[in-house]
Design a binder for this molecule. Structure first.
Ligand code: IPE
Ligand code: IPE
Ligand code: MG
Length: 255
């Protein structure tokens, strides 16, 4: 793991790099808002979907490097609950991508011991998309390597609303009382109940916002933003984000 990290680090020129890559400080969970596909395509005079196609290739690369480096969880924001506002043609293309990606990559994910997981709502998702992702989850469930968590048809406010509803139901049934609720109760009812919170959030394309992504889970995460558009994002950018993360001092409100 460290060897691979050193290899990538050796190519970096940024003055921000830490003196040493400390294995203990590798972020365990990295979440990425993969943004800028449309602008990438526009710059090249191509239709937006050409940007999404190129973005999928970057997913393949980043998943491989993250898994090789020993990252424990990689969450990728693939489609938000707000992305339904886009033209139908684009939505259809975006919702076809998980299937295309998995068709090409599932055997390699299995070989690399990766566990595919899903957060988001299945509402309105096309059957073929759901079947492909559910098959990947099932085929990789006994793996023990990196968790590759796709946020597909995911929205954080929806997630929290659903959590509140299910906790409310338990209170109505007399199984819980309002006073007994803790932060752990909320954590346990989120779609990420099986995961630790992200240590590092990466967003590409120069937008500095969360766009309804993991609002609860990112409470104490480190953020790293880059102007690079997702289709141009390289392994080296990913490693740079980690290197910057390693220099951060996480205080959690302490001194
Ligand atoms: C990210 O790229 C892909 C998704 C949101 C699914 P965009 O399609 O948002 O690209 P821009 O932001 O329009 O450039
Ligand atoms: C966030 O990007 C969603 C995904 C990357 C899947 P958007 O491009 O949809 O976000 P906004 O519209 O710029 O906030
Ligand atoms: Mg965008």
């Amino acid at each position: 793991m460290l060897e691979i990290f050193s290899k990538w680090k050796a190519n970096l020129t940024s003055a921000d790099l830490p003196d040493q890559a400390e294995e203990g400080k590798l972020p365990q969970h990295i979440a990425i808002i993969m943004d800028g596909n449309g602008r990438w395509a526009k710059q090249k005079g191509l239709p937006r979907i050409a940007g999404h196609r190129e973005g999928m290739k970057v997913v393949t690369k980043i998943v491989r490097v993250a898994s090789n480096m020993g990252i424990e969880v990689l969450t990728l924001y693939a489609f938000s609950t707000e992305n339904w506002k886009r033209p139908k043609k684009e939505v259809d293309y975006l919702l076809g991508l998980p299937e295309r990606y998995l068709k090409a990559e599932l055997p390699k994910l299995i070989e690399n011991n990766v566990q595919v997981r899903l957060i988001g709502t299945t509402d309105h998702l096309p059957d073929h998309t759901l079947r492909a992702v559910e098959k990947a989850v099932k085929d990789t469930e006994s793996n023990t390597g990196m968790i590759l968590n796709f946020a597909l048809n995911y929205g954080s406010r929806y997630e929290m609303l659903e959590a509140v509803k299910s906790i409310g139901r338990l209170i109505e049934e007399g199984k819980l009382t309002a006073d007994s609720l803790t932060e752990e109760t909320i954590h346990a009812h989120l779609m990420t109940s099986q995961l630790n919170d992200p240590d590092l959030l990466i967003r590409t394309s120069g937008e500095i916002r969360l766009s309804n992504f993991m609002l609860w889970q990112l409470a104490y995460s480190e953020f790293w933003f880059t102007d690079v558009l997702w289709p141009d994002f390289k392994e080296q950018d990913f490693v740079e984000a980690i290197a910057v993360y390693q220099k951060r001092k996480r205080r959690y409100g302490g001194v």
